[in-house]
Design a protein. Structure first.
Length: 81
């Protein structure tokens, strides 16, 4: 249970940093931290083999989302031609 509480504390801290941070680019790493923490909580809370698949799916989806947001804010793909 200590690991779950630790992950929850980290997620709450990251959420508070997202709320208080003014610079959008500085918010993105904390968004990733929240997705890591939620993934860990999902995997630790439910002791079933399918939980690992659900946590992995959530992790991959949130990583794609974070990368898409970061790519959009940095100007997207540069195309020559």
């Amino acid at each position: 249970m200590i690991a779950i509480y630790l992950c929850a504390i980290i997620a709450v801290y990251a959420a508070l940093r997202i709320i208080t941070e003014r610079n959008t680019m500085r918010k993105l790493p904390f968004l990733n931290v929240i997705s890591f923490a939620v993934t860990a909580i999902i995997a630790l809370l439910l002791p079933h083999p399918l939980t690992i698949l659900a946590a992995a799916a959530f992790f991959v989806g949130s990583t794609f989302e974070s990368n898409a947001i970061a790519s959009t804010w940095s100007g997207g793909m540069k195309r020559n031609g």
